[in-house]
Structures are given as C-alpha cells and as structure tokens.
Write a protein that binds this ligand. Structure first.
Ligand code: THU
Length: 159
C-alpha cells in the first residue's frame, strides 16, 4: 500500500494586493449578488467572469421551489458565457456571497457541480480559469485553475 498526498496551492491576498482588473471583477460580483433570487436559502451569491475578449459578464444564483431546479451563480454565468461568447475563453471568475440582511460577506466556495462546470470550461477553451473567492475575513483566495480545487477529476470518457 502506498499513500498519495494531493497538494493544492491557493493564495490568500488582502484586497490591496489585487490589481485593478481583479478588484473590478470582485466589485462586479458584489454588485450583482444584490440581485440574487434566493428566497429559499437566503444565500445571495454573485459571480463575475472576465473573458479573453475583455468583456465582463455577471450573474447571481437563481433558485426554484423545486430545489434542484435552481442554479448556482457560477454555473448560470458560465452557461450564458459559453452560449453567447463561444469564441472567448473565461479567464478569471470572481465569487462572493452574503446572507440576506447581513452586512458581512459570507464564506463561499464553488460546489462540486460548479467545479466540474469550471473544469469543462478549461477543457473547452484550453485555458485555466483563475478563481477569486471573497472570504468572510475580507481577504481573497486566488486559485489558479480548477485542478487546485478538483483533484482526480473526471475528465475523459475514453480513458
Ligand atoms: N450557491 C451558489 O450560487 N454558488 C456557490 O458557490 C455556492 C452555492 C447557491 C446555490 C443556492 O442557491 C444557494 O447558494 C445555497 O446553497
């Protein structure tokens, strides 16, 4: 028997350490989180993506009374992006969340299905997606590519 240790490299930065492009992306995610439709969880998520063509798109989570029918902000956003900008790779994805009525930002991290969706974007466009994830302590996690969050991922039907 041999043990395999999987290591992930994740950077934690203070807001001042972000460059203008990163700060802008985070602000866009914060703005759009206010428009979340989350009457069942009250967990209001905002996501913004920077495309290779320089455009920034954004989305919040949109829930449904039949819970599985709702969608996370990230998945909705990457679906919209892929459908409308099929030639422009998503390069950077900012993710924030807040509980309705609370001032502070909540701790958030993409769910398993969204991780697989981000992986699909990397496969499709051949470019890693850098994630910026706002923490409750105000710092930002910078994750350079989905492999850091999804080791041993399912990636190929033919192997
Ligand atoms: N949610 C997201 O939109 N993104 C995440 O990264 C985590 C969870 C949504 C799904 C659901 O509407 C609510 O947050 C509570 O899980």
């Amino acid at each position: 028997m041999k043990k395999i240790n999987l290591n992930s490299e994740i950077e934690e930065l203070s807001p001042e350490e972000l460059d203008d492009r990163e700060q802008n992306l985070l602000s866009r995610a914060q703005e759009v989180s206010k428009m979340a439709y989350a009457p069942y969880s009250n967990f209001q998520v905002g996501a913004a993506v920077l495309l290779e063509n320089g455009e920034v798109l954004q989305s919040s989570n949109q829930e449904n009374v039949s819970f599985p029918a709702g969608s996370c902000a990230e998945r909705l956003l990457l679906g919209y992006s892929g459908a409308n900008y099929p030639d422009s790779a998503p390069l950077m994805l900012a993710i924030v969340a807040r509980r309705a009525g609370e001032e502070v930002w909540a701790e958030v991290s993409p769910c398993g299905i969204c991780r697989q969706t981000i992986n699909e974007s990397e496969k499709r466009f051949g470019k890693p997606v850098t994630m910026l994830i706002l923490r409750q302590n105000g710092n930002i996690l910078r994750v350079k590519g989905i492999s850091e969050l999804l080791p041993l991922k399912f990636n190929d039907l033919n192997t």
